[in-house]
Design a protein around this ligand. Structure first.
Ligand code: ZN
Length: 218
């Protein structure tokens, strides 16, 4: 079973459920031609989708268009249910860098039919994660630069200050639906600039003060 290590501590967490929020940055909603939702759009990836630094993304044969989405990832350190917004930050043990890989062609087809997106989001290797740093090391998680390059070319360059639903709101909202447990991971949505990746590409996602994550496409 994969675990998440908190850099600089002895803490290690078996990866639980990966809760994701979609459409959380206005410019990204615009680029996909989506409507801004009133409530957060939520989906889940299984722990088996995770790969780490230096590992390879394998695009499933049923897709011709896999997109990168660089995102700030939260590591939950405490169990919690129905957590008020003012207490929500206390559940976060650490922060990391995630790439929410999305089979855009498959997702578009499912969306059109009103069907769930799981096979466009939860496939093996579809959730690269970096090491995590302790929450105490990140002064203002709501003001972090997020960048992603493909083969050295900048594709995404955003900031967590541009989130529609703030981190504390996301954790509180998620905890009203799912019991949060240590080892759960929350992906907080992607800024603009998403785009396709192909075999041989080298992706580097980087969040200031948190870390970076390099993976390649088989
Ligand atoms: Zn995403």
């Amino acid at each position: 079973m994969r675990t998440i290590r908190l850099v600089g501590t002895n803490e290690e967490y078996p990866i639980g459920k990966i809760l994701c929020i979609g459409r959380n940055y206005a410019e990204h909603i615009k680029e996909l031609g989506n409507e801004t939702p009133e409530a957060p759009v939520i989906f889940i990836k299984p722990a088996t989708a995770v790969i780490g630094k230096g590992e390879e993304i394998v695009i499933p044969p049923y897709s011709q268009e896999c997109h990168h989405e660089a995102e700030l990832a939260l590591l939950i350190g405490k169990k919690g249910k129905d957590i008020p917004v003012v207490e929500a930050m206390g559940l976060i043990a650490g922060y990391g860098v995630a790439i929410d890989l999305t089979l855009r062609d498959v997702q578009a087809e499912l969306k059109k039919k009103g069907l769930p997106w799981e096979i466009a989001k939860g496939f093996d290797t579809g959730c690269p994660l970096s090491d995590f740093v302790a929450a105490s090391q990140v002064k203002d998680p709501q003001n972090l630069r997020i960048r992603l390059t493909v083969n050295g070319v900048v594709r995404q360059d955003g900031n967590t200050s541009l989130m529609i639903h703030r981190i504390a709101e996301i954790v509180s909202h998620m905890s009203g639906i799912f019991t949060l447990e240590p080892g759960d991971v929350i992906l907080t949505g992607t800024p603009a600039g998403v785009g396709p990746i192909t075999s041989g590409d080298r992706l580097v996602a980087d969040i200031s003060g948190v870390g970076s994550l390099e993976v390649s496409v088989r």
